[in-house]
Design a protein around this ligand. Structure first.
Ligand SMILES: [Zn+2]
Length: 218
């Protein structure tokens, strides 16, 4: 591992999509603790049962469970690593920074930024169908208003796309991520890059790829 990439971005900025695109295109190891937790919760392992208990009570899964898994992977990995949804707290950031610094891994902190009004527009305009298709009233409208192109069923707004919920998600993102961003921004040996998330998905992808290509040169 020569490089580690930490990807952050508000809801609606397409962070998950960007992580998947990079994972398809590059020879990297993608670390997504959120996906790991969802998968693990479906299993009947000790950890799986424990995670289910926390989720059933509406509690946040303790960091130790996530950290243990992340470092298990990190200790073995040979490829460059891309983090999506990690680290989320200062103790996690400190531990990760220390580990990567000791291994002389270059840390690239990639922040996708998007202003609040655009986050609202992007998420609030989403329309879903029970068949799994998704639309956006402005960016990807269905042929017939409010009706699915694929199956003709009526489209609906997912509960986490409703205005007051989106506002809460933005607030939570800021509260949770701001200290982590500040932590990495202060560190001299971190390559801190800000990407304009208001551009189309493909353009944002190209902007992120530049960072990977620059690192490949040395
Ligand atoms: Zn449909």
């Amino acid at each position: 591992m020569k490089n580690a990439y930490i990807l952050v971005g508000p809801p609606g900025a397409g962070k998950g999509t960007q992580a998947e695109l990079l994972d398809e295109e590059l020879d990297i190891k993608l670390i997504q603790p959120g996906v790991f937790l969802r998968k693990e919760a479906e299993k009947d392992t000790d950890v799986g049962v424990l995670i289910r208990k926390f989720l059933a009570h509406g509690l946040i899964v303790p960091n130790q469970i996530v950290d243990k898994k992340v470092f298990q992977v990190l200790k073995k990995v040979k490829k460059d690593v891309l983090f999506d949804g990690y680290p989320r707290t200062i103790p996690q950031a400190e531990k990760l920074y220390e580990f990567l610094t000791e291994k002389k891994v270059k840390i690239n902190f990639v922040m996708i930024s998007l202003q609040d009004s655009l986050i609202m527009e992007r998420i609030n305009g989403r329309r879903s169908c029970s068949c799994g298709e998704t639309f956006h009233i402005k960016y990807n409208p269905p042929k017939k208003k409010g009706v699915c192109d694929k199956c003709d069923k009526k489209l609906f707004i997912r509960s986490d796309s409703k205005k007051n919920i989106v506002k809460k998600r933005i607030e939570l993102y800021k509260k949770e991520t701001a200290p982590v961003i500040k932590f990495f921004k202060k560190k001299k040996r971190v390559n801190f890059v800000k990407i304009n998330g208001a551009k189309p998905i493909e353009k944002v992808h190209q902007d992120i790829l530049v960072i990977f290509n620059d690192n490949g040169k040395d």
